[in-house]
Design a protein around this ligand. Sequence first.
Ligand SMILES: Cc1cc2nc3c(=O)[nH]c(=O)nc-3n(C[C@H](O)[C@H](O)[C@H](O)COP(=O)(O)O)c2cc1C
Length: 179
Amino acid sequence: MSSPTLLTICGSLRKGSFNRMLLKEAQAAFGPAETLEADLNLPLYDGDLEEAEGVPQAVKTLAQQVRDADAVVISSPEYNKGITGVLKNALDWISRVEGMPFKDKPTVVMSANAGRTGGETGQFMVLSCLTPLQALVLPGQMLCVAAAGKEFDDSGALTNEHYLKVLATRMEALRAAVT
Ligand SMILES: Cc1cc2nc3c(=O)[nH]c(=O)nc-3n(C[C@H](O)[C@H](O)[C@H](O)COP(=O)(O)O)c2cc1C
């Protein structure tokens, strides 16, 4: 496969999100690919809405992007030591789409946070939430960028050699899983 499709999913909607910066670095480390970023700006999951109107178009689009991707990278901050509402909501919606879009999808999860654990606790929760979706979560060293405000320069580039090394290893493994 010469040019795989890589879908990036950011658990923060914030424009200046450190997790989005980390995903850009992940993209670069992954190498040549058709890359697109998921839009998690979705309505809140509501069973009544689903019953009345069906799955929203934005969710169908997202689910199709997951299905079509060769590989997925998720980077999310933790909020209060847990998964962000934005990411949980998206995963809940995706789980309502026929055909299990995440099933066997090679996926790497990472996090960046202001705190000193880099979102490790929240990342465990993301991994846990991916379990019923049957994503093929690749094993490897956890990448948890701590004190994220100090680890990216003004252009959004990750400057810490250790994190860059872990990221390269994780992305090499992801690429190997899809090529
Ligand atoms: C609601 C909320 C909860 C947060 N909880 C945590 C936390 O549990 N651990 C932590 O390290 N930082 C926490 N933070 C700070 C985030 O790490 C920081 O805002 C970070 O920049 C968010 O990621 P982003 O840059 O990708 O948006 C929290 C921030 C918000 C807004």
